[in-house]
Design a protein around this ligand. Sequence first.
Ligand code: FE2
Ligand code: FE2
Length: 489
Amino acid sequence: MTNSSAAYVEGVVDYSTKIPNNVGLVNDARVLKALEQWHPGYIDWWMTMGPDGFQTSEVYLRTAVSIDPKGWAQFDYVKMPEYRWGVLLATKDEQRLVNFGASKGEKAWQDVPGEHRAALRRLIVIQGDTEPASVEQQHHLGKTAPSLYDMRNLFQVNVEEGRHLWAMVYLLHKYFGRDGREEAEGLLQRRSGDHDKPRMLGAFNEATPDWLSFFMFTFFTDRDGKMQLESLAQSGFDPLSRTCRFMLTEEAHHMFVGETGVGRVVERTCEAMKAAGAGDPYDIERVRRLGVIDLPTIQKKTNLHYSLSLDLFGSEVSTNAANYYNAGLKGRFMETKIDDDHILSDAKYPVFKLVDGQPKLVAEPALSAINMRLRDDYSKDCQGGIGRWNKIIEKAGIKFELKLPSVAFHRGVGEFAGVETTSDGTILSNNEWLRRRDEFLPNEDDGAFIASLMKPCWEKGKYAHWIAPPKVGIDNKPGDFEYVKIPRA
Ligand SMILES: [Fe+2]
Ligand SMILES: [Fe+2]
């Protein structure tokens, strides 16, 4: 990093400016000013759309003080509106190249190439739009937190999504001039689920009505975020790559919250079934009378969140994706580890398509199938977590296996939009679908049952009946640690 300021030390987060950062904002008056001007609007947004009812609570949060592993996870109590949202990029590698596409082998770009300006701006805005959206979706959840531990994790995810918004807004201000400023404003104007000004992508306009939805969301939808960040981390536009690489370190915690969250729900259900001698997972009434969430409902939630998240990858065959790849803007998962020419002019990739009314794999030009490939990598990643949930069920001796539904199931985007299938991908007529929908997706009764369990449990060291305690505390804190100090009215 070239930086002459004595006050600025590479790798360390500079807290001397209003916006903590490791990009030398102290020497970049134009961008610092732009971000300072954006700041009040952000705080307004946070106060109205951030965690409802907890803005004066003291939350035990981690904050980055530097980007190296040691300086990163510093924990302390902080009131969320006072959280130091900052701009943090992974360290610059002077040798880094554009690693794929038509410009492969050039030095990575430190500025936006003119011909890719519009495409890059769009990629950054789409990514940026998802970050505040999830905070909006989770606005009410604190009130029904099943423990102070879970409440803290929710708020940690929320402040970090807020920081991810900052990360994208920094890029817009720094590299995109006036239209960047306008886009940064737009990111504060749209609202999840809003009729007139919705967020840009479907899954980010869905409700997150309960904590099982939250855990499913962080498992499935944040994982889409992870895959998108992974592919943007490959970008030939180096500032975007470095931004995404640091975001990924935060995203890992979100995956953890989702996977362990669902895992703890599964664990508690199995425990309660065993204790009551209720071994039949399909005896839903009996399991629900135990005050836990039955496994078939957890399967239906899985079907819902997985299918909504698959839609976020876009069409399987996509010219946009091909153009982004060819331009060196958005790569594949683990691009540099893949053993091929990274140009893909002749390569093929199998795409799951509807052929004569049946789902089949068809070889397509790999360049147009970039989305499909990323989605496949995503599915593999999801499968890992599903396997670990199944281990919990198996260990309890219950005969039930959670499964990812077919990629054809319940799709709103791509090859399978507009057809109805069972969760294993058998095509259904519209009437059959209407008759059988409740076998595959949560219905109103399922939602009402889960809602009935969502009672706050805020006593130190206590957990709501429907979820098992975690194996270890955050920052190795003991079981009765007060993760959130809520002022009593
Ligand atoms: Fe994020
Ligand atoms: Fe996230």
